[in-house]
Design a protein around this ligand. Structure first.
Ligand SMILES: [Zn+2]
Ligand SMILES: [Zn+2]
Length: 138
């Protein structure tokens, strides 16, 4: 569960109505929105919110480490509030639905030493792909 708003409150993040709306739009599970999607949803709640404000707020949340950026297939960057739980992504090749998943086992650990080429490997991003139940039914 992503308790983004609570985390921000407890950090003493200055909560203006505009910032609150951006945080509310991002709150929840399996949330992976592009900046444009965040803006479109924010406008539904607060019609006067400017795109630049949304972008700046997203940048700030990323800098705070409360939201992570990632992209799949070189498409638009997505913003993910599930920043404190290590997870990978399961992406539908049909509709683009994205789920947070936790593999059984550490994806970093499965890379053998001889495949590391002397790197101090810190992080592994794994994307699992396939059709979601709705797309495979259709
Ligand atoms: Zn799908
Ligand atoms: Zn995620």
């Amino acid at each position: 569960m992503s308790d983004l708003l609570e985390r921000l409150r407890s950090r003493g993040w200055r909560m203006t109505s505009q910032r609150r709306v951006v945080a509310e739009v991002l709150a929840g599970d399996h949330v992976h929105l592009t900046a444009d999607e965040v803006h479109a949803r924010a406008v539904e709640r607060l019609p006067e919110i400017a795109r630049a404000t949304v972008y700046n707020t997203l940048g700030e949340l990323v800098a705070l480490g409360e939201v992570v950026e990632f992209s799949t297939d070189g498409r638009a960057k997505r913003y993910d509030p599930n920043a404190h739980q290590a997870h990978q992504h399961l992406v539908c090749s049909g509709c683009g639905l994205i789920r947070d998943v936790r593999p059984a086992g550490d994806p970093l650990a499965v890379l053998p030493a001889e495949e590391r080429f002397g790197f101090a490997v810190e992080k592994a991003d794994v994307t699992y792909r396939g059709l979601c139940p709705e797309c495979s039914a259709g």
